[in-house]
Design a protein around this ligand. Structure first.
Ligand code: HEM
Length: 124
């Protein structure tokens, strides 16, 4: 994927802004019920994506081929699905638990792909 590192940072900043505004709304309203969603959007969306971006910039050989793009896309789909599902669960919709599981599964698959790329390229 072309300029994968740049794409990681472009999306990471959007997650950071969304997560921070969410935190601000939580703080002002005093309603912290969605705190796990805020925490995951910030830590997965902002921190993890930015770290992916650093890695892909430091080891550009790791961005060659389809796999890194798949890793990036699957991770983002995972964040969105997991965040929506966890938010719904916290609002009392327990029946969407399998959706949260699917989102988490995508995140784990993506991190496993990232791990493969790290072990393949980080020694270069
Ligand atoms: C404008 C910026 C932010 C605001 C206003 C904000 C606000 C908050 C609030 C009100 C809570 C709930 C605390 C509680 O209920 O005990 C919280 C929790 C949390 N926030 Fe943020 N936050 C911000 C940015 C961030 C960022 C950038 C990250 C991570 C990179 C982050 C990660 C977390 C985590 C992990 C928790 C859960 C802490 C725990 O388990 O006790 N937040 N935040």
């Amino acid at each position: 994927m072309k300029n994968l590192s740049g794409w990681c940072f472009r999306l990471a900043v959007l997650y950071a802004l969304f997560g921070m505004v969410m935190g601000e709304v939580m703080a002002v309203s005093g309603d912290h019920s969605q705190m796990p969603v805020h925490a995951h959007i910030n830590v997965l969306g902002w921190v993890s994506l930015a770290l992916f971006g650093v890695f892909y910039r430091l080891w550009p050989a790791a961005t060659v081929g389809m796999l890194p793009g798949i890793q990036f896309v699957v991770f983002n789909i995972g964040i969105v699905i997991q965040s929506i599902a966890v938010s719904l669960i916290l609002n009392g919709n327990e029946e969407v638990a399998p959706m949260a599981g699917a989102g988490s599964g995508l995140l784990i698959v993506s991190m496993a792909l990232f791990g493969y790329l790290v072990y393949r390229h980080a020694r270069e």
